[in-house]
Structure formats: C-alpha cells, structure tokens
Design a protein around this ligand. Structure first.
Ligand SMILES: Nc1nc2c(ncn2[C@@H]2O[C@H](COP(=O)(O)OP(=O)(O)O)[C@@H](O)[C@H]2O)c(=O)[nH]1
Ligand SMILES: [Mg+2]
Length: 169
C-alpha cells in the first residue's frame, strides 16, 4: 500500500472543495461551505498493480498567496492547480501558484484543472489562453465538479504520474 499526498491549489471559489467531494464521494453540493484550515480526504485506487491511497489536502481560505504555507505543501508527491473557466484571472493565479509549489516541492507531477466546463458558454478563458498554457508544457485537463466530467481521469492521471515518479528513485 502506497500513500501519496496530493495538494489542491487555486484561487478562492474555483471549485477545489467541490472537485475533492466529487472524486471522493461522487456528490456535488451547491452549498457554499467556507471552512477554515485544511481538510484531508482519503481515497484508495489501483494504479496498475499498485494499491494506492491518495491523501488529498484541500486548503480553505480567501487569500491563497499569504495562506499557502510551506507546511501545507511539504511532503506532497504531486498537486493540482485549479482555475475557474468563467473567471480568467484565476488562470494567472493558478499559474503563479504552480510556480510557487514547484519551488517548494521540486518537479513533482502537476496538472492544471480548468474547472466549470459545464458552463462553457460563460467562459472567459479562451482557446488562445489554453493554447498558450499548453505551449508551456503544462498538463491541462478540462473538468466539471458539477457533472463529474473528467474528475476521475484527473486524479487517476496524477496518481499514475506520481507512482511512475516514485519508481524512478
Ligand atoms: N457550475 C459549476 N459550479 C461549480 C463547479 N465547481 C464548483 N462550483 C461552484 O463554485 C463555488 C465554489 O466552489 P468550492 O468548491 O467551494 O471552491 P473552492 O473555494 O475552490 O473550494 C460553489 O458555489 C460551487 O458550487 C463546477 O464544476 N460547475
Ligand atoms: Mg474550498
């Protein structure tokens, strides 16, 4: 049994908590729960023959830049940065949080999640902006915590990359 710590990073209200809840419990709640601190959820999955437990850290709080403590990231084998497709500024925030996390963790596996893909008619993040990010070799997945679209794929992809990374050492 392998334990892998995963962190979620992203601006306020991009859907971090909703993504964890969709993945771990297969539910989506419209209720807005703004708790304080860090919520830790666990989910078991198999990556090939490896039985793995993802230990998922979801940080609450409004000010992501002052709140992201090194202690939150420490020990993470991989992380997600989440942007909300309907608010284009959240993409810049996600990209700078990504940089910050790499500085703390080194080159661990990371995926950029473009959330709220069920609301594409309201999207501010354009195809050009996505192309620009892809051009920088950022692994990107469009997801929806509401419908569940690609949520499992995202967690499984990160888990697979983390296991591969672990096997290198
Ligand atoms: N339509 C839609 N709303 C979402 C989605 N994900 C989250 N939300 C809503 O966005 C708001 C913020 O979500 P939350 O998970 O609390 O964001 P967090 O602050 O990043 O943890 C809530 O009102 C959610 O219901 C999604 O994929 N689609
Ligand atoms: Mg939250």
């Amino acid at each position: 049994m392998i334990n892998k710590k995963v962190c979620l990073l992203g601006a306020f209200s991009v859907g971090k908590t909703s993504l964890v809840s969709q993945y771990v419990h297969s539910i989506f709640s419209d209720r807005y729960l703004s708790t304080i601190g860090v919520k830790i959820s666990k989910k078991q999955l198999n990556v090939g023959d490896e039985e793995t437990t993802l230990v998922i850290w979801d940080m609450e709080g409004k000010d992501v830049y002052t709140d992201v403590k090194v202690s939150y990231l420490r020990g993470a084998s991989g992380f997600f940065v989440v942007a909300d497709g309907t608010r284009k500024e959240t993409l810049d925030e996600a990209m700078s949080l990504r940089k910050l996390a790499f500085e703390v963790l080194g080159e661990v596996p990371c995926y950029l999640l473009l959330n709220k893909s069920d609301l594409t008619q309201k999207w501010e993040i354009t195809d050009e902006m996505i192309a620009d990010v892809l051009h920088q070799d950022v692994k990107t997945i469009m997801v929806s915590a509401r419908t569940g679209y690609s949520v499992q794929v995202a967690f499984e992809s990160l888990a697979r990359d983390m296991i591969r990374e672990g096997q290198k050492s």
